[in-house]
Design a binder for this molecule. Sequence first.
Ligand SMILES: *Cc1c(COP(=O)(O)O)cnc(C)c1O
Length: 360
Amino acid sequence: MTRPFNFSPGPAVLPEPVLRQAAAEMLDWHGTGMSVTEMSHRGKEFMSIYHAAQASLRELLAIPDDYKLLFLQGGAIGQNAIVPMNLLRGKDRADYVNTGDWSKRSIAEAEHFCKVNVAASAEGSGFTAIPPQSEWRLDPGAAYVHICSNETIIGLEYHWTPDTGAVPLVADMSSDILSRPIDVSRYGLIYAGAQKNIGPAGLTLVIVRDDLLGGALPTTPSAFNYQVQAANDSMINTPPTFAIYLAGLVFDWIREQGGLAAMAERNRAKAALLYGCLDRSAFYRKRVVAADRSLMNVCFHLPDPALDAAFLEGARAAGLLNLKGHRIVGGFRASIYNAMPIDGVRALVRYMQAFEKRCG
Ligand SMILES: *Cc1c(COP(=O)(O)O)cnc(C)c1O
């Protein structure tokens, strides 16, 4: 069976070998007679899956020893509140950089807990460019500086790491984590919902530096208290066991492909194909400046929205699924995460060129 190419922004495509392995192991994991979904989270079978996934991700991201890796729930939206609850540490304010809709969601949640200083905003550019750090007005008394490394809805991505000095840098990396190597030591905390580039929905990753633990608001629920979860293998409550198992298979798949450097090379090649097609065309429109374009979410518009339905219908018939843009911005979005093969991008480019010939 050949499957269509799925450009969904999330939950998103997973590597086919991972899905096949999970299917093969679904009724009987490694001769235990149990499905992973049926195992105690504290039993030795699941603990081996958990520790292997932790070790695999630590190796992939080269996570330094003074960082905890937590497998939580509640998604990135949950973290938007959980981060201030844990990281204010007695301070009353935090810096946020607004680069789009996910940044705005983070700001709105943080405002329940502290004064938010919007240190920089892409609003002036119509959210088409990341404000350069020279324009940021950082507050040295802020508890942390928050960024969204990839704005999934508009396709606006940092290709550099901000320098926030002694103030910890916090990043929502939900849609570009594991797409390239990063220097974890430049961040105080990184969080990501799994369903874009890691695995199934339900798992939320948090990578947090040890010295930031221990100062949570007293009202913080224990399931969302980083220090409590860190001291309990993220098992103060039942963790999302099946999502952790599948994410572990994805980590192993990435390592077999050559790790994050190999992923980055592939992702650059895929994005170059698609942006090349857009750049050569006078038909397709795009908004984000070239330097800040996302390598994960490629957004574009047609000159006349009356053509949108025909574009989508033709794409579906050609085996190219879920290209509709987010309802906030309209148009189209091709999400080309790690698990999207370059053949999928080639097929999309062929379709777009043929559509332009017919309708342009
Ligand atoms: C998808 C997404 C979210 C929302 O994540 P949930 O897991 O649904 O809470 C937040 N931030 C970014 C950057 C995203 O791409």
